[in-house]
Design a protein around this ligand. Structure first.
Ligand code: ADP
Ligand code: MG
Length: 621
């Protein structure tokens, strides 16, 4: 067999190979060209595309421009005006630095650059296609640079075939441009697709305004009076977090509306994505992603952006600090907000028939007068006094006194919330009561589950749960994989007061179980069977749909999932009849625990019908 000699690859081929990494699709070309315009200090960037970017992409800016003699260099590989020394790589302040984008793009398309520096009288142009670079020619154009890319992948048919439909590629471009624009509010951006303007973002000094414009909350379909976006703030050592996060009901099934920026650069970072989702755990359904724009500022030394040519992946020096910082900031924003969804009554309620009785008017004042509900008898098999649970868990039930209702100034003023709130249990499943804004309907199981979950969470942070040794170990039949999974659960069991060990090739023996579950009559064997099954098939802690990156978060997610299981099993069920004291207690806890508006699975615990809704429905508004 003959051997081929080793030969250096022709430059053109090297560029084409490199292009595979930088230029994946039209949107990546847009990204590179727009980043160049940003680096050139443009104040306005106009993007034009045709055929979803496959036929034409043109990016025009009013930046510093390129002098005619440097035009060939702009297209040469590894030529850049942005870094000079190796040390510069350690703290990169520009979007570009690798000096390969234009060369790569030119190797797989036809490129024309027209540019004029701010102090020049005229512009110059240059054209390149494949391995041919033309000579600069005089041209007429205003100061700035315009780069046109025609027939992308004209010489790489395999790539061209791989591209998606025109509209799919176009929407990727919109997304890319929006992401970049979000981090640069002072720059005006436009995007024209064929002859249609699809994006026109006016320059503003207000990051908040640009971010909400891009998130397009109005189109996201939120109605009601509450601000759809909450502001998140946080500082964590060298990290500053600022963001706008959407109310839980704005969450979507795709991740397109969660945008993360690091030092002005859109990034795709799984750990940050995970932190944001984690903050919403229990507020949105699993698999959904909140609507949010998160901006991180970090000293460039704390992050390496030179991981991948596309520069959307980054590597942090202290990833867990970043995760914590984002999680805390978003959580704080959500906690500070009233997240009870307003229950929208159908506006098309049937109009009263002509002869129908008039709307009933309460005799005294306009306040919702509380009927005297019948007090249910002592619950049977219902909720254990929460105080007992609190005690079993070592949590002091409301040490602080009940916050007094705000004093009403004049006697004629409407009371905000009646002090002794009346509560009705409906069909042994729902609680109905009033609050300052109107009527509140609560799912007793969902709320109790949330209350228990939060208490458990708090309790576990302080040390292992009290355990109850079983006189006779509970034996659980299981598979070999489940027995293997048991081992991985050891650190979790330690904290939860569970003791379990293999009792044979196909069985596990449970020797101890958390006391409070024991007291609630939860079957130790059933619980363990479900837990190891989840651990074995990898669904434990995977509720947020995103594999956590750091081990710490993996353990936390598994812990949260298990506590959730415990809360669900121990909570009152629909059908449990509760006494008035128990109802009061449950509602009192609602005010005291975090995230009480949703159960740990994200379903709402409460619905509200505001007084305004009622008035509208009764034709009084
Ligand atoms: P990089 O951005 O990594 O330096 P590029 O291949 O994207 O590499 O660009 C090469 C060089 O061309 C840049 O360093 C810059 O000097 C010049 N350049 C590219 N686009 C523009 C532009 N829109 N305005 C001014 N200069 C530009
Ligand atoms: Mg560049």
């Amino acid at each position: 067999m003959t051997r081929s000699p080793i030969r250096p690859l022709p430059t053109h081929l090297v560029n084409q190979i490199a292009a595979g990494e930088v230029v994946e699709r039209p949107a990546s070309v847009v990204k590179e060209l727009v980043e160049n315009a940003l680096d050139a200090k443009a104040t306005r960037i106009d993007v034009t595309i045709e055929g979803g970017g496959r036929d034409l992409i043109r990016v025009t800016d009013d930046g510093v421009g390129i002098p005619p003699e440097e035009l060939p260099l702009a297209l040469a590989p590894h030529a850049t005006s942005k870094i000079v020394r190796a040390e510069d790589l350690e703290a990169i302040l520009t979007m570009g630095f690798r000096g390969e984008a234009l060369a790569s793009i030119a190797s797989v398309s036809r490129v024309r650059i027209v540019s004029r520096t701010r102090d020049a009288d005229a512009a110059a142009s240059i054209e390149a296609e494949g391995d041919r670079i033309g000579a600069p020619q005089p041209a007429a154009a205003p100061p700035g640079t315009s780069v046109s890319v025609q027939t992308l992948f004209c010489n790489v048919p395999a790539r061209r075939k791989f591209l998606k439909s025109e509209s799919a590629e176009a929407s990727r471009i919109v997304e890319t441009l929006e992401s970049i624009a979000m981090g640069h509010p002072r720059i005006r951006f436009t995007l024209t697709n064929g002859s249609k303007t699809v994006l026109d973002l006016a320059a503003t000094d207000d990051l908040r305004r640009r971010a909400s414009e891009v998130l397009d909350v109005e189109r996201a379909g939120l109605t009601g009076d509450k601000a759809p976006l909450l502001e998140a703030n946080g500082d964590e050592g060298p990290l500053t977090v600022w963001g706008l996060v959407g109310r839980p009901e704005l969450a979507r099934a795709n991740a397109k509306h969660l945008r993360i920026h690091l030092n002005g650069r859109p990034v795709a970072d799984r750990a940050i994505l995970h932190a944001v989702r984690e903050a919403y755990r229990g507020l949105i359904a699993p698999g959904f992603t909140p609507l949010a724009a998160i901006f991180l500022e970090l000293h460039p030394r704390e992050v390496d952006v030179n991981v991948h040519p596309a520069k959307t992946e980054v590597r942090f020096r202290q990833p867990s600090m970043i995760h914590q910082g984002v999680l805390r900031a978003v959580r704080r924003a959500l906690r500070a907000a009233d997240l009870v969804p307003a229950f929208e009554l159908a506006p098309s309620a049937p109009a009263p028939a002509p002869g129908a009785p008039l709307a009933w008017r309460p005799s005294g004042g306009g306040a919702l007068s509380a009927p005297s509900w019948s007090t249910p008898s002592r619950a049977t098999g219902g909720m254990p006094p929460l105080e007992d649970i609190a005690e079993a868990l070592g949590v002091k039930p409301w040490a602080e006194p009940t916050p007094a209702a705000p004093a009403t100034e004049s006697p004629s003023a409407l009371p905000t919330v009646a002090r002794a709130v009346e509560i009705l249990q409906v069909h042994s499943a729902y609680l109905v009561t009033q609050d300052a804004e109107g009527l509140l309907i609560v799912d007793q199981h969902a709320l109790h589950e949330r209350v228990m979950f939060e208490k458990l969470f708090e309790r576990v942070a302080r040390g292992p749960l009290e355990r109850q040794s079983l006189l006779v170990p509970a034996i659980v039949e299981c598979s070999g994989r489940e027995i293997e999974a048991l081992e991985s659960l050891a650190p979790l069991f330690e904290r939860l007061g569970i003791e379990a060990a293999p009792a044979g090739p196909r069985s596990i023996a449970v020797h101890a179980f958390p006391s409070f579950l024991f007291e609630r009559g939860v079957d130790a064997g059933d619980f363990l069977r479900e837990l190891v099954a989840k651990a074995a098939d990898g669904t434990l802690g995977a509720a947020t749909g995103e594999a956590p990156t750091a081990l710490a978060t993996e353990v936390e997610s598994a812990l949260a999932d298990t506590l959730d299981m415990m809360a669900c099993k121990a909570a009152v069920k629909a059908g449990d009849r509760l006494s008035i004291e128990e109802l009061r207690e449950l509602l009192a806890w609602r005010e005291r625990v975090e995230r009480s508006t949703n159960c740990p699975h994200g379903r709402p615990t409460s619905l509200r019908i505001t007084m305004r809704d009622l008035e509208r429905q009764f034709g009084r508004g």
